[in-house]
Write a protein that binds this ligand. Structure first.
Ligand code: MN
Length: 231
């Protein structure tokens, strides 16, 4: 196989306690998956089917990075999220078997251009400008399920410059991780290397250059990133 130019590097994420990295295939994200966050976004929680959007696989950023303030926004916001790392692919996966497809878990942030997202929402346009931009998916190291088990509950919290902004529990997820995997696999063929950002609790807010953001989920390596000046 030859290419007309050098292919881009494989996007990847760190694995806790290992030099080997997790090759990232696709990044799926779940919208509106904690009731209090749905309310703060101006909607009433209903158990509607979950909906999904994607980020480009090369939006992943390693723990400890300084991320330039995103272009094309006046309102860059954080969303603390539990990230599922898929180790075994499949389609039409049954809920009862869904967790067999999980390689592990990590802490992540779904960075959002809130102004662009709301414009898209209000005009019925695609969400990509609001969600699917460069360096919008920082994440800490992935812990294998064989190490930490399958996370169904546990505190998830985010602070900016030491001030608590989001503080919730994974048990408050409207759609649980096996349901997310099962429903997602009806629309897409899941593959090893897929990541799923599972949605954010209430308390999302804006960042400015110089901010230091820390996110933690009980049992996982915390994530720390700094917002730098615009690129
Ligand atoms: Mn999100």
């Amino acid at each position: 196989m030859t290419y007309v130019f050098e292919p881009p590097p494989q996007a990847s994420a760190a694995v806790a306690g290992s030099d080997a990295r997790f090759p990232v295939h696709r990044i799926y994200c779940v919208g509106r998956n904690y009731e209090a966050h749905i309310r703060e976004m101006g909607f009433e929680p209903e158990r509607e089917p979950p909906f999904f959007f994607q980020k480009p696989s090369d939006a992943v950023v390693d723990n400890g990075a300084t991320i330039p303030y995103a272009s094309d926004t006046e309102n860059l916001q954080f969303e603390a999220e539990l990230v599922l790392a898929i180790g075994k692919g499949g389609r039409d996966i049954a809920i009862a078997e869904a967790l067999d497809h999980v390689y592990g878990y990590a802490v992540g942030i779904d960075f959002t251009r809130r102004d662009r997202q709301f414009e898209a929402r209000d005009r019925g346009r695609p969400w990509e400008p609001g969600k699917s931009f460069d360096q919008s998916a920082p994440m800490a190291a992935i812990h294998s399920a064989s190490e930490v088990g399958h996370l169904q509950a546990g505190r998830i919290h985010l602070s900016v410059n030491g001030a608590m902004k989001q503080d919730a529990d994974l048990s408050q997820l409207i759609w649980k991780t096996p349901e997310i995997i099962s429903i997602l696999s009806r629309s897409w063929l899941l593959a090893p290397g897929d990541l799923i950002f599972t949605g954010t609790p209430a308390g999302v807010g804006s960042v400015t250059p110089g901010d230091e953001i820390t996110v933690a989920v009980e049992g996982l390596e915390p994530l720390k990133v700094r917002i730098g000046p615009p690129a």
